[in-house]
Design a protein around this ligand. Structure first.
Ligand code: FRU
Length: 538
């Protein structure tokens, strides 16, 4: 049966093969802060990952804390990530964690903010110096190159704060009447813009333009202006203008603030989460990738704010539509997967059933064939167990009673009654050759006389010149069966032959082989062959 076991293994292998999963990547995203700009980036990353099977994103936000960001990167490494995307809180403070990732062979994408570590795989981000310059040019133009300007900077030591300031100051410096009165320190949060202005010692009524390095800080500064000046007159009348950076869409975003004249200008600071994921996958899949990917931003002014918002709304509508389609697709694939699983299971069960049926068929055919062969070749299909026969016979003859009683199942002759007939010593000499000769003589008598239903064991014993007990013991010792059993087996085997080779009815066969009752023949036949005589003909 073993050689057919592959029939069981094949369906199982099919089941396993069908449930194989595609290669999967775990990407750690370490964000320095948590705010609407980073929320936008994270959801773009999630959307992009959604389109790639097998991408697992882990997010962590350090809430503007260097120590937390270092810990979070280290715990990413402990959990095991295939790639790290990191926006470093400050240029130098988290470099050791970036180095550790890189040294462990984890590719690193430095995103949006810069690091002083040289150990990273690729960089992606917008040009912050350029956007500082463009904002400076806008302010100069808007104020006709004559204004007193206050800057509120982002987190000290973070690369966009440094670069935006450098670009902005560089342009202002080209115009003698553009005065950068002060650069206050914020930390990118709205509150920090508010606090910076609240703590400012200068005269706010002399400030024409406030450049917040992001929209949130510009808003916080504006709030402080109104509060400190005791009226919103100067701010509302536009005598002090506020500019920021980020230019997010949505009603809370910088573009709407420009449209509503709360800010004079903003700058779209691009997120492009989808491009970040494409870059990550190119690195992970060993495809060529650029070491540096610049992202394109754009100035937002009153002139283009409306158009940009309209376009953004249009894009939002389409995104919602895509979201709905995603939800539908999710549903569809969930059902498809369920059905696939059920189909696979059904297939597996049917395959196993078929294999079982086939194996049973092979087994049954083998058994029937074996019986047929046995019956055609042999009368008894019992090979005399000659050596053990010699031993058993010796035991019998040395007077051992053990097992005798049990062995004389079918009306065994009383051993006690016939003990001491005097020929035990001679029988003890029974050799393999004489046992074989004895049995074939006995077989000859059985074969020639079994058709007689009156035939008794006494008749066979006297044919063999033995007493009934002697015959019993010798036959039993040599073949393991009693004479009655052998006679019955011989009759049944002959019956099987007749059923196979003649047209006789079952009853005729039963009588022909010495059974006086066909029903008894049928019963014995079933016991012997596991089927009724009629089955032989089938
Ligand atoms: C978001 C943010 C933006 C700013 C950028 C600077 O976390 O604060 O508002 O433009 O980071 O890195």
């Amino acid at each position: 049966m073993c050689k057919y076991s592959y029939l069981l293994i094949i369906p199982l292998l099919c089941l396993l093969a069908c449930s194989r999963q595609p290669a999967s990547f775990r990407i750690g995203v370490s964000q320095c802060s948590e705010d609407i700009w980073r929320d936008k980036l994270n959801s773009e990353l999630r959307m992009a990952a959604y389109a790639h099977e097998g991408v697992d994103l882990l997010f962590a936000s350090a809430d503007d804390s260097d120590e937390r960001q270092v810990q979070q990167i280290d715990s990413f490494l402990d959990v095991g990530i295939d790639l790290l995307v990191v926006a470093p809180n400050q240029v130098g403070t988290i470099s050791p964690a970036i180095d550790r990732a890189y040294d462990r062979g984890v590719p690193v994408i430095v995103y949006e903010r810069k690091t002083d570590s040289r150990n990273f795989t690729a960089y992606m981000g917008a040009d912050n110096r350029l956007m500082g310059r463009q904002m400076g040019e806008f302010v100069c133009q808007r104020m006709k190159n004559r204004a007193r300007v206050l800057e509120v900077m982002g987190l000290n030591g973070s690369s966009p704060a440094i670069e935006r300031h450098e670009g902005f100051a560089e342009v202002l410096a080209q115009h003698p009447e553009m005065v950068l009165v002060d650069a206050l320190q914020g930390d990118w949060t709205e509150d920090s813009g508010y606090e910076a202005v609240m703590n400012y010692k200068g005269d706010l009524s002399q400030i024409d333009v406030v450049f917040g390095q992001n929209d949130r800080m510009a808003l916080g500064a504006r709030r402080a202006f109104i509060e400190k000046l005791g009226s919103d007159e100067r701010v509302k009348s536009g005598r002090t203008l506020f500019c920021g950076i980020d230019g997010l869409t949505g009603e809370q975003g910088g573009i709407a603030l420009v449209r509503d004249s709360i800010l004079e200008a903003s700058y779209i600071y691009p997120t492009h989460g989808d491009e970040v994921l494409d870059l990550a996958l190119a690195i992970l899949e060993g495809k060529p990738f650029p070491a540096e990917t610049p992202l394109q931003g754009a100035l937002v002014t009153r002139q283009n704010a409306n158009v940009l918002l309209l376009q953004a709304k249009e894009t939002d509508r389409q995104t919602q539509q895509v979201d709905r389609l995603h939800a539908l697709a999710d549903n569809y694939f969930a059902r498809l997967n369920q059905q696939r699983l059920l189909t696979l299971l059904a297939f597996g069960v049917v395959a196993l059933l078929l294999v079982a049926i086939f194996l049973f068929y092979l087994y049954y055919r083998g058994r029937v064939g074996l019986q047929r062969e046995r019956v055609l070749n042999n009368l008894w299909n019992i090979e005399p167990n000659l050596s053990s026969a010699v031993a058993s016979q010796a035991e019998v003859n040395t007077g051992s009673q053990e097992g005798d009683e049990g062995a004389l199942e079918e009306n065994p002759p009383s051993a006690q009654a016939e003990q001491g007939t005097g020929d035990e010593a001679a029988e003890a000499e029974l050799s393999d050759a004489s046992a074989s000769a004895f049995i074939s003589r006995f077989r000859g008598f059985v074969e020639s006389r079994m058709t007689n239903s009156e035939l008794s064991i006494e008749d066979l014993a006297s044919d063999m010149n033995l007493s009934r007990v002697q015959l019993y013991r010798k036959v039993k010792a040599i073949t393991g069966s009693s004479p009655v059993e052998l006679l019955r087996t011989a009759r049944l085997n002959r019956g099987y032959q007749l059923l196979l080779t003649t047209d006789k009815t079952v009853s005729e066969v039963a009588y022909a082989v010495g059974f006086s009752a066909p029903a008894y023949f049928t019963k014995c036949f079933k016991d012997e062959f596991g089927m009724v005589p009629g089955d032989v003909r089938k």
